[in-house]
Design a protein around this ligand. Sequence first.
Ligand SMILES: [Zn+2]
Length: 287
Amino acid sequence: MRARALVKSCGIDAAPVDITKFLAAANAELQYSDRLGSGTAGMTIPLGERNLILINEHEAIERQRFTALHEIAHILLDLPSRHDQDVDSGGMFSYVRRPPEEIACDTFAAECLLPHSLLQQDLGDAVAGFEFVSRLADKYQASLACTASRVAINAPFACAYVLSQDGFVRFSTSSPAMRASKFFVTSRIQVPAASITGQCLKAGLRTGSGQVAAHLWTSTDDFEDVDLMEDVRFSGVWNQALTLLWIEDGDLPDLRGQRSIDDRAAEEPLLRELDGVLPWPGRGRRS
Ligand SMILES: [Zn+2]
């Protein structure tokens, strides 16, 4: 919510978002450096009232933009940087043992880079899958992983995004409809071997898509006879897989009317644990 307020106060009204407006709000200036090690995406040096943000000039532009906003989050949220632990665990974009302060700053940065207010317009004609996410990533100058996460959080249909690393689920987000239906991807589990992601991992494939049983991704019995569409892209770095999951027929009529639930769920980007209550509407099931 702090990030959304900042987006509004900075007058952000077009994609790609103008990073200089956020820098001004944080009383910060940006410098590109060739002296930061390969595990360091960026850092902030306080200079009295001002802040100097150093960005690794060897990183791709979408990562530089994310890193600048991540550093701005540290400044505005007054959260101490724990990048030393990032380096130990493989770098800023690795999800192994990422400290909670860093995840908070990531969430803030992602909201600024792909603001809810702008995404709402783009997601009006969204098509589930990475083709659409990739187009949006280009428009917002954001990474595919960050864009997929933000699309899943804001999507007007039932979908989820899963980031796995070294074959284990590390992070996931899901749309209001998915959260309202209590579909939560179990965290820290091994990537299901029978999923498209699991099959691609085994075969060494970089992309894949297809239909799978929903219970592969969630441990709840009520999803036993529901099918999901799955689309996966592998990232060359840190052995990460980006997976999108969605309900193909997409018309969850019992959920679409529940705007108040959707709105509440939209403010809750981090996933809760399964609570075993699954009021599934009874459509989108396998015959
Ligand atoms: Zn940080």
